[in-house]
Design a protein around this ligand. Structure first.
Ligand SMILES: Nc1nc2c(c(=O)[nH]1)N[C@H]1C(S)=C(S)[C@@H](COP(=O)(O)OP(=O)(O)OC[C@H]3O[C@@H](n4cnc5c(N)ncnc54)[C@H](O)[C@@H]3O)O[C@H]1N2
Ligand code: MOO
Length: 404
């Protein structure tokens, strides 16, 4: 029997994305609870950050025109950080600290290591230029500018930036509710002993981690035996409770691949043999209007298909601006001698010397080898029907970008 044709990733993705519905509801959360949530409104800068010019060092604020080699300048004021700076009298210096506001009249700060201080004042032993060691008002964020657009994933740095603008509460999208169903008689949860023929359920935990990083709420996380009725019942229950159901396993061609069969009877199933490696079989359908993405069972295939297929779908539902990764171009430090008709996502990492970075590949790229992904920093893309020699340029998606 001839194998059905392979579908390009873009074709499957465009079908999937055309079915992704945006989330309609939002909520407001306290800033500390906003990590991994999606911003639901554009955030413009309400006032300059920092709000005033301030010192980037511990030292002395002066008017640079007052500095003459060997001549002492009296210290007239002391300005601890957090206190109003006042005004600097002409011909004098202000004792100042990192983060202290610059007093009116001063236009430079000299580090204390460059100064001799005595009862007569300070003698400066260095050239002083206008503006030195002054962090300008608004250097981080300028009033009125767009700081964070709607659809931004809030990472630790965005939490900090929101705090720097004074936002204590943040409007965020409702979390996308996602159910995880792993399938297979062989699966046992960690913590229990393995009997013959059994393996530990890996995908459940990979997906829990991926969905947490993607800002989703996991509604239900169950492991299904290879049983058609149980698969059907659980798929309906999961669909009822969720905006999206993700399954792993059971989408290939065997008669024990019940997810495929149940989706076939109950919905408009699209079943693809994707032209990507790993991750060939992929199912997409609906149970009672809830989208179901059926990922293959192999643990490395789950990671790759989640990142390349499910993640853009999730991003679209979340109203994110960027759906697919941009990547960077780097030379390979490995070879692919046998070209594949499937686009290959090689678990790879950057190896950097002072002058250039190359991509190293994990030696075993089998779709059952998840340690490849723990070793790797991301995915290097080998296009369809392409041999690779060291030095050839490849697109590389870091895991950080894929999950940002
Ligand atoms: N005759 C063919 N057989 C297979 C083909 C094919 O085209 N023709 N494709 C192969 C490829 S490629 C893949 S990928 C798999 C996909 O199969 P399924 O999605 O139906 O997945 P399963 O058969 O259920 O499992 C595959 C593999 O992964 C292990 N697995 C499954 N779930 C988990 C889990 N939660 N944690 C850890 N490991 C899991 C499972 O034990 C299998 O070893 O089909 C190939 N076969
Ligand atoms: O399509 Mo599979 O994930 O290569 O083993």
């Amino acid at each position: 029997m001839a194998a059905p044709q392979l579908t390009p990733l873009e074709e499957a993705l465009s079908h999937l994305l055309s079915q992704a519905k945006g989330l309609d509801t939002r909520e407001t959360v306290e800033l500390p609870d906003s990590l991994h949530r999606i911003l639901a409104e554009d955030h413009h800068v309400p006032a300059d950050v920092p709000p005033a010019d301030n010192s980037s060092v511990d030292g002395y604020a002066v008017r640079f025109e007052d500095v003459h080699p060997g001549r002492a300048i009296p210290v007239s004021i002391r300005i601890p950080a957090g206190h109003p700076p006042g005004e600097l009298a002409p011909g004098t210096a202000a004792r100042i600290f990192t983060g202290s506001e610059i007093p009116a009249g001063a236009n430079a700060v000299v580090m204390q290591e460059r100064v001799d201080a005595s009862d007569d004042g300070i003698v400066i032993h260095t050239d002083v230029s206008e503006g030195q060691n002054i962090r300008r008002r608004g250097q981080d964020l300028t009033e009125g500018c767009m700081a964070l657009p709607q659809g931004t994933l809030i990472r630790p740095q965005e939490m900090g930036l929101l705090a720097s603008m004074g936002f204590a509460r943040v409007p965020v999208q409702r979390r996308l509710r996602v159910a995880i169903l792993t399938t297979g008689d062989e699966l046992v949860d960690p913590g229990k002993p393995l009997a013959a023929g059994q393996i530990y359920n890996t995908n459940r935990y990979t997906l829990l981690g991926l969905l947490a990083q993607a800002g989703c709420e996991v509604t239900l996380c169950e492991s299904l035996a290879d049983d058609r009725t149980a698969t059907r019942d659980t798929l309906f229950r999961a669909a009822d409770a969720s905006d999206l159901v993700i399954t792993t396993g059971g989408v290939s061609v065997g008669e024990e691949d019940h997810v495929r069969v149940v989706l076939e009877e109950s919905s408009t199933l699209s079943l693809w043999r994707l032209a990507i490696k790993p991750g060939k079989p992929l199912a997409f359908g609906h149970m009672n209007d809830t989208p179901v993405i059926g990922l293959p069972g192999n643990p490395a295939s789950v990671l790759v298909t989640f990142l390349m297929v499910a993640m853009p779908f999730i991003r679209k539902c979340q109203g994110r601006a960027r759906l697919t990764p941009t990547g960077e171009t780097l030379p390979a430090d490995f070879s692919v001698d046998e070209p594949s008709i499937r686009r290959e996502f090689i678990r790879a990492r950057k190896a950097c010397l002072p002058d250039r970075c190359t991509l190293e590949a994990y030696p075993n790229q089998n779709s059952g080898v998840l340690s490849s992904a723990c070793w790797a920093g991301g995915l290097a893309v080998v296009p369809e029907n392409t041999r690779v020699s060291p030095g050839d340029l490849l697109t590389y998606y870091s895991f950080e970008e894929l999950l940002a």
